[in-house]
Design a protein around this ligand. Structure first.
Ligand code: NAD
Length: 352
């Protein structure tokens, strides 16, 4: 008999092609009259198009969203939101921009809409990660859940191929850890499996033809499911390791996920047979860890933490930080095991 608790999400989701044209009506449905658009410096053109579309409902555009949601950027954005009298934010971009929207919302209570343009999945989670100095903290706050998320596959067509691949593997990591989460439930398990099937099917096509709309839609669908998993069940060792590596060594988010995932799966495999069977179903012919390693390699994803800028001398410190806070993992973790998997990931060796 299955025993579980399932919590549904409050976020409204619109998915399709050309769906960004619905933003004015979605904002209106929320009662938003002064929408502040958020983006990174690299996405100002797409943001300008949304500003034109919103017309009088556009309060302004803040174009300085940055990786790992630095608190000083958030404070500047909050001041700007107050100056222009914003009643809501529209985050157009990846996890960095959506993170800024959440950070503004938690300080101001502004309503939130998003047009996600990567596969990171932040738009579906109540998780807020912020960086102050070199310290990154992460909190789960129900009040940062977005009101409305509009997925428009057309906005993802410009995501560079290499970023698409690692971002897709970042989404796969959410799904993998949802399969063996302590609080997994049948719905999360089904969503995670479907997310893996979609991403494993679509990413090789996206890598060959980044403008293939059908493959892009499949990848975005998988990313939505994976993000929903991240938002509803708890993560484990993989997310802990990536959090430490990103926060302490400034390693790039999605690339780090792509390198680390097979190594954590190799560690957790013996304690999570149901999850391993579902991964192997999505990647036939291999054991789960080797399958993920080979899949990432075929897509040209980075394989070694040293290639991402991690110093070898940091392995010991990272292992210590991973062990410092208690967190749940399907298989017990000790410092020696973490150091061993980090050493292999640092050198780009196959998981074992
Ligand atoms: P990102 O948002 O930093 O985007 C990477 C780069 O790609 C940026 O320069 C951006 O401008 C560009 N870009 C994005 N979409 C584009 C498009 N369609 N076309 C052209 N360029 C595009 O990267 P990310 O991997 O999406 O997000 C990483 C951040 O999100 C990290 O800080 C991570 O911690 C956070 N995150 C948070 C959660 C959560 O639940 N809180 C979940 C996942 C990731």
């Amino acid at each position: 008999m299955k025993t579980f608790v399932h919590r549904g999400q409050i976020t409204k989701v619109v998915f399709g092609s050309g769906t960004r044209s619905r933003i004015p009506q979605e904002a209106d449905a929320l009662g938003c009259r002064r929408v502040l658009i958020l983006c990174t410096p690299g996405q100002v053109e797409q943001a300008a198009q949304m500003r034109d579309l919103l017309g009088a409902a556009a309060a302004g555009t803040f174009t300085e969203a940055a990786a790992h949601t630095p608190v000083d950027v958030t404070e500047k954005a909050v001041a700007y939101a107050r100056t222009v009298g914003a009643d809501s934010v529209l985050a157009l971009g990846g996890g960095s921009t959506i993170g800024l929207g959440k950070a503004i919302a938690v300080r101001t209570g502004l309503r939130q809409l998003a047009l996600p343009t990567t596969y990171a999945g932040s738009e579906m989670t109540p998780i807020l990660g912020e960086t102050e100095g070199r310290r990154k903290t992460t909190r789960r706050l129900p009040e940062v859940l977005l009101n409305t998320v509009v997925y428009d596959v057309d906005l993802t067509l410009t995501l560079p191929m290499a970023t698409s691949v690692v971002s897709g593997i970042n989404a796969m990591a959410h799904a993998v850890e949802a399969l063996y989460a302590q609080d997994r439930d049948p719905v999360a398990f089904l969503m995670a499996g479907e997310a893996l099937d979609s991403l494993i099917r679509s990413l090789p096509v996206v890598a060959r033809r980044p403008d293939d709309v059908a493959a892009r839609a499949d990848a975005l669908y998988g990313a939505w499911l994976a993000g929903t998993c991240l938002g509803t069940v708890g993560m484990a060792l993989h997310h802990k390791v990536c959090h430490v590596l990103g926060g302490t060594f400034g390693l790039p988010h999605a690339e780090t996920h792509a390198v680390v995932l097979p190594h954590v799966v190799a560690h957790n495999g013996p304690a999570a047979p149901e999850a391993m069977a579902r991964i192997a179903q999505a990647l036939p012919g291999d054991d789960a860890a080797t399958g993920l390693f080979d899949f990432a390699g075929r897509l040209g994803a980075p394989r070694a933490l040293r290639d991402l800028g991690m110093p070898e001398s940091g392995i010991e410190q990272a292992a210590e930080l991973v062990m410092r806070d208690g967190y749940w993992n399907p298989r017990p973790v000790d410092r020696i095991a973490v150091r061993a998997l980090l050493t292999r990931a640092w050198a780009g060796e196959a998981p074992s």
